[in-house]
Design a protein around this ligand. Structure first.
Ligand code: FDA
Ligand code: NAD
Length: 433
């Protein structure tokens, strides 16, 4: 017989944890809410996996980073869920979702029914085997999405101590994992096809700092080419990465970070999609009544820019979850909540450096400050100016106050008459807004 809940959150990641907390804040009865997750642990702050989890000393481990500690809130331990009467249905992969009959079916054949569904399935990694790259199934070619992947990586780092690592991809995973492998004493080479790292966000000027900083840490960077094949030894362990430019890199471990894909497959043909995700309104309601989508999978109206967006970052996962639950509960009592009015916020940390970005990286970019990679305490950034207004700001090495100031600028979109003057003024411009 199917197990029935008023509310089911499908997925047990960041959005799920923050949604559960909001349900508890709003008031639910024991037995009303379930989280169904294929992971074996309660929701946690995923960003820790590419950072503290990989530290050579005092590494972060659960229960230390269950949601909602990442934003300074209470840590929702498994006991918290049981105290609140929220059922955590773990190690349970849903393989079929029938939105018409409001029924979910697990790989073990269990069925669950609901009145309201929150889709929070997040993203999966794109694998090199997806493109049929030769030899890509060798041992120690690793990806990082969940805690099982992180444990495999930790085990591989122990087995191949002080070895050679090749990191394929120059995005978030590429940059954060290269640093993690370096601090674990690996000889690290990064390989990516673009002319500079993190081209989704970084300008050439920003990337020049990070590439220089990484090079000074002893990381080799190979740009403008891709991995086209791998060699393995008799045990099936990877030994080398063959590049399209003809070079071959020795490798004991390969980390691949070539992007993610929102996990929407279960709902294909049942719900409207957009931008590769599930289309929602400003309350994260989908085209199917009673079904909401939050976090990485949601394509939602970004009010500030008047367009539909999907955002694959933790701040939005948290805030979209809270917005959806508030909207669900308000609707039940005949009330309403304001539309989601999100200011995009991304960040990253590696070694001793960290940056924050707010807003939109479109238009002309204006580099300010000193982006010398050898600076003792680097502080520099970039404004993006579109139609005479600042629409996005990036800052490396900002204090809490300075980061608040750049967030304010990205929200306020102040006019800029003279781009040269803005460059000279640098961070002082933000401090005045
Ligand atoms: P999330 O991926 O967190 O959760 C999805 C959940 O659904 C998982 O538990 C999954 O197992 C489950 N699931 C999927 N399909 C299922 C099914 N069929 N049945 C059952 N369960 C299913 N962002 C940022 O802003 N700053 C940062 O520093 C980082 N760092 C970072 C590091 C690493 C290693 C990763 C992988 C990602 C980041 N991110 C990040 C991105 C951020 O973590 C991401 O945007 C959020 O986790 C998205 O939250 P969701 O809840 O949408 O998905
Ligand atoms: P990404 O999109 O940031 O980077 C993908 C990179 O892959 C590209 O920049 C490119 O350099 C590279 N690439 C593409 N095809 C390639 C190929 N064939 N060979 C070599 N390189 C290739 O994706 P990611 O770094 O894999 O991150 C996955 C997900 O995790 C994303 O959703 C990301 O937002 C999230 N994440 C976020 C953070 C953060 O916000 N700090 C940290 C880690 C992960």
């Amino acid at each position: 017989m199917a197990k029935h809940f008023s509310y089911v959150i499908l997925g047990g990641g960041v959005a799920a944890g923050y949604a559960a907390r909001e349900f508890a804040n709003q008031g639910i009865k024991p037995g009303d809410l379930a989280i169904i997750s294929k992971e074996s642990v309660a929701p946690y702050e995923r960003p820790a996996l590419s950072k503290g989890y990989l530290f050579p000393q005092n590494a972060a481990r659960l229960p230390g980073f269950h949601t909602c500690v990442g934003s300074g809130g209470e840590r929702l331990s498994p006991e918290w869920y049981s105290d609140k009467g929220i059922e955590l249905i773990l190690s349970t992969e849903i393989v079929k979702a029938d939105l018409a009959s409001k029924t979910l079916t697990s790989s073990a054949g269990a069925t669950f029914t609901y009145e309201t569904l929150l889709i929070a399935t997040g993203s999966s990694v794109i694998k090199l085997t997806d493109f049929g790259v030769q030899g890509a199934e060798a041992n120690n070619i690793l990806y990082l999405r969940d805690i099982d992947d992180a444990d495999k990586l930790v085990a591989a780092m122990q087995a191949k101590k002080d070895g050679k690592a090749v990191v394929v991809g120059g995005g978030y995973i590429g940059l954060e994992l290269s640093a993690a492998l370096k601090i674990n004493n690996f000889d690290v080479t990064m390989v990516y096809p673009e002319p500079w790292c993190m081209p989704r966000l970084f300008t050439a000027g920003l990337a020049a700092f990070y590439e220089g900083y990484y090079a000074n840490k002893g990381i080799n960077i190979v740009k403008g080419t891709v991995a086209v094949g791998f060699d393995a030894d008799a045990n099936g362990d990877v030994t080398a990465v063959k590049l399209k430019n003809g070079n071959v890199l020795e490798a004991d471990i390969v980390i691949v970070g070539v992007g993610g894909r929102p996990l929407t497959g279960l709902f294909k043909g049942q719900v409207e999609e957009e931008k590769g995700g599930i289309k929602t309104d400003a309350f994260f309601a989908t085209s199917v009544p009673g079904v909401y989508a939050i976090g990485d999978v949601a394509a939602f109206p970004l009010k500030l820019y008047n367009e539909m967006r999907r955002v694959e970052h933790v701040d939005h996962a948290r805030k979209s979850a809270e917005q959806a639950v508030k909207a669900i509960k308000a609707k039940e009592s005949g009330e309403s909540v304001s539309e989601y009015d999100y200011l995009p916020y991304f960040y990253s940390r590696s070694f001793d450096i960290s940056w924050q970005f707010y807003g939109d990286n479109v238009g002309e970019n204006v580099l300010f400050g000193d982006n010398d990679p050898t600076a003792a305490t680097p502080k520099f950034g970039t404004y993006w100016v579109k139609d005479g207004k600042v629409v996005g700001v990036f800052l490396e090495g900002g204090s809490a106050e300075e980061n608040q100031a750049i967030a304010k600028v990205a929200r306020a979109q102040p006019p800029v008459a003279d781009v040269e003057a803005l460059k000279k003024e640098g961070l002082d411009f933000a401090a005045k807004i």
